[in-house]
Design a protein around this ligand. Sequence first.
Ligand code: PEP
Ligand code: MG
Length: 326
Amino acid sequence: EGRRLASLANAPTRTRDGVDVRLLANAESPGDVALARARGADGVGLYRTEFLFLRHKGLPSEDEQFIAYRDVVLGMGGAQVTIRTLDLGADKADAAGLVIRGEENPALGVRGVRLSLRHPAVFTTQIRAILRAACYGPVRVLVPMVTQPDELIAVRTLFKLARLELKRENIDLPEKLPLGAMVEVPAAAINVRALLEHSDFLAIGTNDLAQYVLAADRGNDALENIYNPLQPALLRLLSHVISAGRRAGKPVSLCGEIGGDENFTALLLALGLCEFSMHPSRILHVRDRLATLDHAKLRSFAPRLLRARTHEEAEALLAAITGNSC
Ligand code: PEP
Ligand code: MG
């Protein structure tokens, strides 16, 4: 079994009926990047930069960040790398001393892009490092915890200002740098069309989206019966976001845990997803499963899945669908 899976490292990612799917890696260390490459990832769909800040005492400098980001880009050998701007707060502890202490509800507090925008100097240092690294290969920038369009507009403005600064300093700049929003706040998912006007692509963060839609802490084991990826409300939101991205002609990926769980691959295909991002150790499993699935047939089941009234009902439907050898 291990050997059979290993042989898939260089295989194309395709469904049984010949639909190509993009498999991207979630990465937070050089080891993850090496593994992503070894497993034949089509790129990095989520590079979590906060790990650089957590390992560090204080803040990493522009050059330290530049070198780390550039090494990811070089490590992927020309494949696309999606760098997420700092996502501190809530479950991500704070070594840099940026997070506001004593918030009553940190998960609903100043985290992600909300925090970055409160520290424009720190944010600009990261933005300069990303711009410089983007000269070494195809890079996209992903903004975490977006709730409303003005956050994306503010981030774009900071990128524009940083470009002007770097240009004045005669530092090389990338021609273009796509900017996308993470969809992990319910408001962002419901109002996704407004965000699409300011996004070049979207990445759905189901870990947080599920937590906020279900009002159930992603790390609380006592809530397992509620925190379930098959919750109908979540499925309908996923479908809404994926369809909106498709209609706008913009790529939509998904980078939560379920993206790397092959038991949910059929479900996500049914909902129209064609870009999955996952821990690199999951890539072969998902590629293997995809080859057994019939995309057209699964898509035809979407309306039925979306009518499920409970997660148990959705689960039974999914079992029936995949049992019918899709
Ligand atoms: C998510 O929320 O689904 C996600 C991918 O981001 P993180 O797990 O880093 O919050
Ligand atoms: Mg998240």
